[in-house]
Write a protein that binds this ligand. Sequence first.
Ligand SMILES: *[C@@H]1O[C@H](CO)[C@@H](O)[C@H](O)[C@H]1NC(C)=O
Ligand SMILES: *[C@@H]1O[C@H](CO)[C@@H](O)[C@H](O)[C@H]1NC(C)=O
Ligand SMILES: *[C@@H]1O[C@H](CO)[C@@H](O)[C@H](O)[C@H]1NC(C)=O
Ligand SMILES: *[C@@H]1O[C@H](CO)[C@@H](O)[C@H](O)[C@H]1NC(C)=O
Ligand SMILES: *[C@@H]1O[C@H](CO)[C@@H](O)[C@H](O)[C@H]1NC(C)=O
Ligand SMILES: *[C@@H]1O[C@H](CO)[C@@H](O)[C@H](O)[C@H]1NC(C)=O
Ligand SMILES: *[C@@H]1O[C@H](CO)[C@@H](O)[C@H](O)[C@H]1NC(C)=O
Length: 330
Amino acid sequence: MAAVSTFVFLVILIHRLCHNSAIDVLSPGSSLSAEQSINVLRSRNGRFICGFYNISPNASTFSIWFSNVSERPVVWSANPLHPVYSWGSNVKLNFDGSMVLKDYTGQTVWTNNVSSSIAGQAQLLDTGNLIVKGKGDIILWQSFNSPTDTLLPTQRINVTTKLVSTNRLLFMMNASGVLDSLGQFQGSDSTSFMAADWGRHIIRRLTLDYDGNLRLYSLNDNGTWSVTWMAFPQLCKVYGVNGRNGIFIDQSDWGEGCRPKINITCDEEKVKFVHLPNTNFYGLDLSAQRSVSLNFCKQICLSDYKCNGFAYFQGFCVYYRMLFETNRCS
Ligand SMILES: *[C@@H]1O[C@H](CO)[C@@H](O)[C@H](O)[C@H]1NC(C)=O
Ligand SMILES: *[C@@H]1O[C@H](CO)[C@@H](O)[C@H](O)[C@H]1NC(C)=O
Ligand SMILES: *[C@@H]1O[C@H](CO)[C@@H](O)[C@H](O)[C@H]1NC(C)=O
Ligand SMILES: *[C@@H]1O[C@H](CO)[C@@H](O)[C@H](O)[C@H]1NC(C)=O
Ligand SMILES: *[C@@H]1O[C@H](CO)[C@@H](O)[C@H](O)[C@H]1NC(C)=O
Ligand SMILES: *[C@@H]1O[C@H](CO)[C@@H](O)[C@H](O)[C@H]1NC(C)=O
Ligand SMILES: *[C@@H]1O[C@H](CO)[C@@H](O)[C@H](O)[C@H]1NC(C)=O
């Protein structure tokens, strides 16, 4: 009998130990280390993992990623451009709520900048949001407020947040917006789009990819992703697309945007329109006319010195004043 209860006790203990190695909270004073792959936080639904993600045998980033997903599972990184050595690096939650990532030399690589008199624990939520709680469960810091290249459902983007792709392309909105749990993105301006497989119980991410295109993905049962919406269906290069909500290269700041490579003149002889099939521009300053010919639409654009291009579909003419930040006659 004693042997049996010892066995049961051991089984329970082992179960508890296993369970404790996969928890969703980190208590003040504790840390996660880079060298032990089991030393991670797991969201309660098992969907997300937070810890050190190996980007090469010796380098890792403090990240959040999808569990059970084969392709591109990372959704957030504290130090995407400054990976740490995978041996001897760690991230610690201090009693003041500060989370500090140190590399093996002890040098601080990243911190969440929290300094609170009373801090609680850090928790990886089912949404994929890593939060640090303070007294009365107020949120002192959350990873959702500093996205890298991906937005998850319920994660809000606004004028102060931006998506940064791995090769430093940026996506920003001059408004706030959120992807809901059904797969619809709604901005506080007129920006709105919907997943082709709109509906419940689908795991999604909205990612600014390496090519500068913004894509909405749904997770397949086999752990791969399907694209269910993308900002630019046909363009292979979208750098330089500009306006209120733009994707552009990091070197220029938000106010400046991109500059066209050429100086566009007002000389009609020298102006040529280029046909861009299957292209649309969202949220730009524009005017429109109905029931006009293609040639008339072109003439409206040519005669308006601010016009930088037009869209034409079955008599419907829309002309753009803000394709580029600079006007055509600058
Ligand atoms: C992950 O995969 C394991 C084994 O295939 C499965 O038991 C578990 O339910 C999966 N978790 C999620 C969140 O899909
Ligand atoms: C990783 O680090 C070890 C120890 O410093 C070194 O021997 C090994 O060559 C490194 N591996 C790579 C792929 O850089
Ligand atoms: C913390 O503060 C530093 C210095 O002001 C800043 O560079 C860094 O982006 C901040 N980190 C976060 C997570 O806000
Ligand atoms: C934008 O979001 C950040 C958190 O991500 C918040 O601190 C800030 O107040 C928001 N700004 C606006 C203008 O809503
Ligand atoms: C995974 O599932 C998707 C959708 O069902 C399918 O199109 C794709 O071929 C599958 N991929 C693999 C590697 O099985
Ligand atoms: C952003 O929005 C504000 C207020 O609507 C507007 O004044 C400003 O010109 C916009 N900025 C850009 C770059 O479109
Ligand atoms: C465009 O104009 C600016 C200022 O007049 C000039 O410095 C620049 O070289 C011009 N660029 C091209 C491509 O002609």
